[in-house]
Design a binder for this molecule. Structure first.
Ligand code: SF4
Ligand code: SF4
Length: 130
């Protein structure tokens, strides 16, 4: 779940507000967005991946809050960890990130289809043969 928006690192671009699929953040004029609906967080890490300055921290626990302080995140080298693991460099533009996200979505859909076919529950009914 989303745990931190760093007040000191945030540059107020509101990208996290825009990419969050469940509208967890409220933007603040001339300020860092606030985590307004933490319970709606899906732990998808998109906000972390899109933040251009690694000012967000999402904890891996999707089942409930896991309060943590900025110093601990820094000491463990966790700022921007998900972005780095994706292979996204800080120089990636929003356009690059959107392209990668679409590609990732396509790969997830294909994997889901394969899994359904392998488990004998295809998503699309096959036409009946006469
Ligand atoms: S992890 Fe996903 S759902 Fe949670 S706040 Fe970030 S973008 Fe929104
Ligand atoms: S994406 Fe990062 S820098 Fe931009 S508003 Fe959100 S936390 Fe701040």
């Amino acid at each position: 779940m989303i745990e931190i928006v760093s007040q000191t690192a945030c540059i107020h671009c509101d990208k996290c507000v825009k990419v969050c699929p469940t509208d967890v953040f409220d933007s603040v004029p001339d300020g860092a967005p606030v985590i307004a609906r933490q319970e709606d967080c899906q732990t998808c890490f998109l906000c972390e991946a899109y933040c251009p300055v690694d000012a967000l921290f999402v904890a891996a626990n999707a089942y409930g809050p896991e309060p943590v302080i900025e110093e601990e995140v820094r000491a463990k080298g966790l700022w921007g960890k998900y972005r780095r693991e994706l292979g996204w460099t800080p120089a990636f533009t929003t356009k690059d990130r959107l392209k990668e996200t679409r590609e990732l979505g396509k790969r997830i859909r294909e994997a889901n289809e394969r899994q359904k076919l392998e488990s004998g529950h295809p998503h699309h009914e096959q036409p009946k043969q006469n």
